[in-house]
Design a protein around this ligand. Structure first.
Ligand code: SF4
Length: 486
C-alpha cells in the first residue's frame, strides 16, 4: 500500500497509553485489548511492560498492536500489573529504539514509562542535566533519564517503597508542554496528566483492579467501569491498596487546556471527554455549521469517519436529507511512499470511493473535519464532480488551521498549512468547491458541551498556553537535532 496525499493530509495523533493493576487477571492480554482500542492514536510501534512483583519484562516493536503481539508473546508475559503504549512519531524516523515503553533498570530500581504528548523544554532540560548532544533521542528518553537520576540518589536498602513516586514528584514540576504518562515499577502503576491536561487520561475500575487509559473505550473493551478523567496536574498511584491521588505541580500551573482537536477528530466517537460524548459533540458541530453557513442543497454527506456524525447534525438542523456519497475502505494498513504522481493521485481512491447513484445531478454539502494541506479535499471534490455531483459545498467542523502544534500533534511546519498563507476564498478556489465555510471557534467550543472547561486552540488562534521556545518555533530543533516526540 502506498502513502499519497490522503495519508499526508491529516493531523496525526501522537500516541495512546494504557495501564492496569489487577491481581489474578491476565494483564498482558488486557493491555493488548486496551492498546487495540487505542490503535487510532498511533500505528508506528506498540509495546508493553509487565511485572509479577519481582521483575519487569518489556516487549515492543515497530508495527500495529496485532503484529507486535501474538498468543505466544502474550502467554509469556505473566504478572499482575502492566503498562502499554502505541506510538506515532511526530518528527524524525520511526525506529525500534524509540518504541515505548521506555525502560531503565539500575541496580536497585527498575521502571518503565509510556508517554502521550510532547515536551516543549526538552533541550533546556537536557542542558540543565549536563547531557551531551545525542545522549537522548526523544523527550520520553529524557524524562526516563531524569527519573533514573533521581532514583539512583536513593540507594538499595533504604526500605522506601515509594521511591518511584518520589522521583516523579521531583522530576514532574520541571517538565513543560504536553504529557500524559503511564509509569510502573515492580509493584505500582502510576498515571500522570500535565497541568494543562492537553492529552486525555482516564481511570476505570475492574472487579479486582484498576485501569488507566488515554480514552474511555479502552476501559470498555477490558470490562472496566469508567471512574473518572484524571484532573490536569494529577498523579494517580495504583498499588495493592488501590488508587491514591497526588498533586505534584504548583497550583499556579494548573490551567485546563484539553486539545479541542480531540473532540473534532482525534478521539474515538465512543470516547467521553470532559464527561461529554465525542459523538454527540460532532453532531452538534454539524448543527452549528448549518446555522452558521446555510446553503440550498439536495443532500448532506460526511467524509468518513469523523465527518459523518457532523453531517447527520447538519442534515437535522437544515432539513436537507442525509445521504452517503463516499464509501471508505476499512482495511488501510501499512503504507509505502508512492513512487509516482499518478500513484499518489490514486491514493485517495484507495481509501474513499464515490457512490455514483447517490451523487448524480445533486447539489451536495460535504462535511469534513479539517483542511491541513488541502490535497485530500481537492481530490475528493474532483472525485465527487466526476461521479456527477452538480455542486459541492464544503463545510469544515473546525476553524482554519493556521499554526503548528507543539503539544504532540503532527501538523507539519507552518509553511505547509494551507490556511496559514491563504484566505478562505483562495482556499475555496484552490479546492474547486462552490462554497466553503469553517466553523467559528466559539461555535466549536459550544458544540463540545464543555464550554468553560478549558481548551487549547493554539493551532487556530496562535495563542499557545505553554510558551514555545524560539528554537522549536523556527524548526531549528527539528532541523539540527532529530529529537523524537510522542
Ligand atoms: S495546538 Fe491544536 S492540535 Fe495542538 S494541542 Fe492545541 S488545539 Fe490540539
Amino acid at each position: 500500500m502506498f502513502a499519497g496525499p490522503e495519508q499526508d493530509d491529516k493531523l496525526k495523533e501522537a500516541c495512546g497509553v494504557f495501564g492496569v493493576y489487577a491481581p489474578g487477571q491476565p494483564v498482558a492480554h488486557l493491555s493488548y485489548l486496551g492498546l487495540f482500542a487505542l490503535q487510532h492514536r498511533g500505528q508506528e510501534s506498540a509495546g508493553m511492560a509487565v511485572s509479577d512483583g519481582e521483575a519487569l519484562t518489556v516487549v515492543k516493536d515497530q508495527g500495529l498492536v496485532a503484529s507486535v503481539f501474538d498468543d505466544r508473546t502474550l502467554a509469556g508475559l505473566s504478572g499482575h500489573l502492566a503498562i502499554g503504549h502505541c506510538r506515532y512519531s511526530t518528527t524524525g524516523s520511526s525506529t525500534w529504539r524509540n518504541a515505548q515503553p521506555a525502560y531503565r533498570g539500575m541496580e536497585a530500581h527498575q521502571f518503565a514509562l509510556g508517554h502521550n504528548g510532547n515536551l516543549t523544554n526538552t533541550e533546556a532540560l537536557a542542558d540543565e542535566a549536563g547531557m551531551l548532544p545525542g545522549t537522548v533521542t526523544s523527550d520520553t528518553d529524557l524524562v526516563a533519564e531524569l527519573i533514573a537520576a533521581e532514583l539512583v540518589k536513593r540507594p538499595e536498602g533504604t526500605g522506601d517503597e515509594r521511591d518511584l513516586e518520589r522521583a516523579l514528584a521531583a522530576v514532574l514540576p520541571r517538565l513543560e508542554g504536553a504529557f500524559s504518562f503511564v509509569v510502573m515499577d515492580e509493584s505500582r502503576v502510576i498515571g500522570v496528566r500535565d497541568p494543562n491536561g492537553f492529552r486525555p487520561l482516564c481511570l476505570g475500575k475492574l472487579d479486582n483492579g484498576w485501569v488507566l487509559a488515554s480514552e474511555s473505550p479502552a476501559l470498555d473493551i477490558v470490562g472496566a467501569k469508567f471512574d473518572r478523567e484524571l484532573d490536569p496536574g494529577e498523579m494517580v498511584v495504583i498499588d495493592a491498596t488501590g488508587p491514591r491521588s497526588l498533586r505534584p505541580f504548583p497550583d499556579e500551573r494548573i490551567d485546563p487546556r484539553l486539545c479541542v482537536f480531540e473532540f473534532v477528530y482525534f478521539a474515538r466517537p465512543d470516547s467521553r471527554l470532559y464527561d461529554r460524548s465525542v459523538h454527540q459533540a460532532r453532531i452538534h458541530m454539524g448543527e452549528q455549521l448549518a446555522e452558521q453557513a446555510p446553503v440550498e442543497a439536495d443532500m448532506v454527506m460526511g467524509v468518513p469517519d469523523s465527518g459523518v456524525p457532523a453531517a447527520e447534525g447538519f442534515a437535522r438542523r437544515s432539513g436537507i436529507p442525509f445521504g452517503q456519497g463516499l464509501v471508505k475502505n476499512r482495511y488501510i494498513g501499512r503504507t509505502f511512499i508512492a513512487p509516482s504522481q499518478e500513484l499518489r493521485d490514486r491514493a485517495v481512491h484507495m481509501k474513499l470511493n464515490p457512490l455514483r447513484e447517490n451523487l448524480i445531478g445533486k447539489r451536495v454539502v460535504v462535511i469534513d473535519d479539517t483542511i491541513v494541506r488541502g490535497t485530500t479535499q481537492k481530490q475528493v471534490t474532483r472525485m465527487l464532480r466526476e461521479a456527477g455531483a452538480a455542486e459541492v459545498h464544503l463545510r469544515i467542523t473546525a476553524p482554519p488551521v493556521k499554526w503548528s502544534c507543539f503539544y504532540g500533534i503532527d501538523t507539519g511546519d507552518r509553511s505547509e498549512l494551507l490556511a496559514a498563507s491563504s484566505s478562505v476564498e483562495e482556499i475555496r478556489e484552490y479546492l474547486n468547491v462552490d462554497t466553503l465555510s469553517y466553523l467559528d471557534l466559539d461555535r466549536l467550543v459550544d458544540a463540545t458541551g464543555a464550554k468553560g472547561s478549558g481548551f487549547c486552540d493554539a493551532c487556530f488562534s496562535g495563542d499557545y498556553p505553554v510558551a514555545v521556545p524560539v528554537t522549536l518555533r523556527k524548526g531549528v530543533l527539528e532541523a539540527s537535532a532529530p529529537i523524537e516526540t510522542h
